[in-house]
Design a protein around this ligand. Structure first.
Ligand SMILES: [Zn+2]
Length: 152
C-alpha cells in the first residue's frame, strides 16, 4: 500500500501508509504562507516514513506556517520524533482513541486543539452500541504531550 497525496489549494490530504515509498516532495515544494497537512487517512507510519516526514518539514521554507490537521493516533504517536515540533508545527486537531468499558466498542473522536485543556476538554462521549460512557484509551498527558510544546 502506498501513500497518496491529494492536494487542494494549500491542503495536502495524506492517505495510506507512510513508509520508504512515500513521495513527499509536493509538500517540500509548496509555496505560500500556510500549508495544512491532513493526516486523517494515514493508517500506519514506519520509522523510515517518519524520517521522510522530518526531512520534508526541514525542506519547507521557514516562513511557511505548517499546520497538522485531523492527526490519526499513529501520527500523534510519531510526532514526538520531529525536532522542534512545537515551534515548527501547529496542531489544529487530533483523533483521540476512546473505548467502551462495557462492550469494548472503539471509536476515534476528533478533538480540536484550540483552547484545549487537559482537565476540561476531553469529551464526554457515549457508546454507540450500549449507551455507556466512553473512556479515553491512553494516558492523557502522554497522548497530548504536544500541548505544552505548542504554547512555547
Ligand atoms: Zn458500549
Amino acid at each position: 500500500m502506498k501513500l497518496l497525496i491529494n492536494q487542494k489549494d494549500n491542503i495536502f490530504y495524506l492517505k495510506g501508509v507512510m513508509n520508504e515509498f512515500a513521495k513527499l516532495h509536493p509538500i517540500a515544494e509548496f509555496t505560500g504562507p500556510v500549508m495544512i497537512l491532513n493526516f486523517k487517512e494515514v493508517k500506519r507510519i514506519n520509522s523510515i516514513g517518519v524520517r521522510e516526514l522530518i526531512a520534508t518539514i526541514e525542506q519547507v521554507d521557514s516562513s511557511i506556517e505548517i499546520i497538522f490537521d485531523e492527526c490519526s493516533s499513529v501520527v500523534v504517536y510519531q510526532m514526538v520524533m520531529i525536532p522542534n515540533f512545537g515551534s515548527r508545527v501547529k496542531v489544529k486537531s487530533v483523533y483521540a482513541p476512546y473505548y467502551c468499558p462495557e462492550c469494548d466498542y472503539q471509536e476515534d473522536i476528533l478533538i480540536e486543539m484550540e483552547n484545549f485543556n487537559l482537565e476540561q476538554s476531553l469529551l464526554k462521549a457515549t457508546c454507540q452500541e450500549c449507551d455507556s460512557e466512553l473512556e479515553f484509551d491512553d494516558d492523557e498527558k502522554l497522548y497530548f504531550w504536544f500541548i505544552n510544546e505548542d504554547t512555547k
